[in-house]
Design a protein around this ligand. Structure first.
Ligand code: RIB
Length: 329
């Protein structure tokens, strides 16, 4: 495996260039109000634990990806739906503040997407998702806004929207030659063939990859010691020549051009890891839109997502280019 460590200075210089994309990027998917509490430890089934004050924070995997990229200076368009509750204005307002273009977002009757999130004293979390308006984002709506997709440099997708909608967005992008990055989250073990056929890059964590490919996880958790050449071949057989596998606090691995590239972790004292994966993906989207390759984009994403782990919530913890640079300079 190639060890793709680059200097901090080089990564931060690359980060600055992510604002220079010539075309916009588009994210199709979810926006959620995250009802979040912090506890000493996560409760076991049937157990009650005490928590700190309830916070309502802007989230949703797709909204988070869009917000990260926009905060890095990328031109970001969001497609999705909010309800007619108070959370609708809150979610749109936060995305707009981050710099996301929300003009094409649909308004439907009923509740916006919500989650219930518990964060423990190590920054780990559990998330329960109620789709609300996200479940009303239809293939027809996506087709009505096809121009936003076909004019983009890259499309970001996750699985918090109905699968027919996700597939339709991928199909429109693929037919127009727009690169498609799919995050298999919330995880499903069997991705539909129509989605795989219309997607270019898969983003999963190590546990998800193991389930998708049917491989055993290393007992000692040492992913550096596994046979990555075999994984590259299996991933290609599954349908992806390009993939990003996140390894939690151990960084990530990028598969590209038949090779693996080890992206070293950026160590921080984590306060809350909610939305760090979305921040990682949003940075990759911004990098690809600015013409960077997948490996470079992931290297920069390590810094941006590490910054996100140092604050509470998802979008609320994301940094601008200046803030990320100042933290790690
Ligand atoms: O990945 C974190 C996100 O997952 C949260 O913001 C929550 O809304 C869920 O979608």
């Amino acid at each position: 495996m190639n060890a793709d460590g680059i200097s901090r200075k080089e990564a931060l210089a690359r980060l600055a260039s992510f604002a220079e994309g010539k075309r916009h990027l588009v994210v199709v998917g979810s926006m959620n109000a995250d009802y979040t509490v912090t506890t000493e430890r996560l409760p076991k089934p049937g157990e009650t634990v005490n928590a700190g004050p309830l916070r309502v924070l802007p989230g949703g995997k797709s909204g988070n990806q869009a917000a990260t990229a926009a905060k890095l200076g990328a031109d970001v368009r969001m497609l999705g739906a909010v309800g007619d509750d108070d959370n609708a204005g809150f979610l749109l307002g936060e995305l707009t503040k981050a710099g996301v273009n929300t003009d094409a977002i649909l308004h439907v009757p009923g509740a916006s997407g919500t989650t219930v999130i518990t964060v423990d004293s190590h920054g780990e979390n559990t998330i329960v998702y109620s789709p609300g308006s996200n479940g009303r984002v239809s293939p027809e709506y996506v087709r009505d806004h096809a121009d936003v997709i076909t004019g983009a440099a890259v499309l970001g997708l996750c699985l918090e929207s109905p699968m027919p909608t996700v597939i339709e967005a991928a199909r429109i992008a693929h037919e127009a030659g727009v690169k498609v990055l799919v995050n298999d989250s919330p995880f499903i073990p069997e991705l539909p063939k129509e989605l795989i056929d219309n997607a270019d890059i898969l983003l999963v964590n190590e546990h998800e990859m193991s389930q998708l490919l049917g491989i055993d996880e290393p007992e000692d958790g040492d992913w550096d010691a596994v046979d990555w050449d075999a994984i590259v071949a299996q991933m290609a057989g599954f349908g992806f020549d390009q993939a990003v596998i996140t390894l939690g606090g151990d960084g990530s691995v990028v598969i590209d051009g038949g090779e693996t590239h080890r992206i070293v972790p950026v160590k921080v004292d984590a306060v809350d890891t909610t939305g760090c994966g979305d921040s990682f993906m949003g940075t990759i989207l911004a990098g690809l839109a600015a013409g960077a390759d997948l490996v470079s984009s992931a290297q920069v994403a390590s810094y941006v997502s590490a910054y996100a782990a140092t604050g509470h919530g998802a979008q609320a913890s994301y940094g601008t280019t200046e803030q990320v640079t100042a933290k790690f300079a």
